[in-house]
Design a protein around this ligand. Sequence first.
Ligand SMILES: [Zn+2]
Length: 266
Amino acid sequence: MSEVPAYAPRPGVVQEQAWPAMREGSWPVAIMPFGATEPHNTHLPYGTDTILGSHVAAQVSAACLSQGIRVATLPALPYGVNTTQLDLPFTINCMPSTQLALLRDVVQSLAPHGVRALVLLNAHGGNELRALVRELQPATSIVLSIVNWWQAGDHAHFAEAGDHAGELETAAMLHVAPHLVQPDRSSWGAGHARPSVFEGVRAGWAWMPRRWTQVTDDTGVGNPAQATAERGAAFVAQAVDRIAAYCIQLASVDPAAMWRDRPAGI
Ligand SMILES: [Zn+2]
């Protein structure tokens, strides 16, 4: 007879809870991870962004709940904006306009449930969520904001953090889901990215989406070679701490008093 694993829903993770855990009291903050389905060099899985975003959100919920603040983690959106990677098999694109429609539905669903703030926890660079928030915020009293989780920790943890499947993301996956990282490091691509031919794009004052297969041969941007699980753990822990502190502040947010001068010295 096979043994039934112990009942262990992660605290605050909505898709793992039964109704009684969610219906009592209020949940002032919700986090929605935004992921993607796309190749991540030759060593990380297609779901890397979704896996990392979901993990960080769940850890943030746990950290907040341990301090008595109820922060709910919503199911992640597993598809991201990938309009310039569609020549890579099984990349699944979700248009910004589709994300807008979906987010509108999520916000409208949460509105009657006492949620005061919704954090969009972004885990994929192609998801540029600001336009969505700018469009939806005037129509809701829920305070909307965006956290790019990979920017919430210090990049000094890494020799070269990288952009896509580089050292940061690889280290995080070695910590969060080591069973999904290709163990033969000699097979990992170097993540070399070709620079733009345009000076303005290289300097950052001009921008255009990158035609991914022209930029990189292995789909990676950033060399993963130095990645370690220990540095990944340290970075994720730091990001979780900071995002949890942000969510705790959001839990008591007064939308009419979010901007103010601070006393000298703070
Ligand atoms: Zn990624």
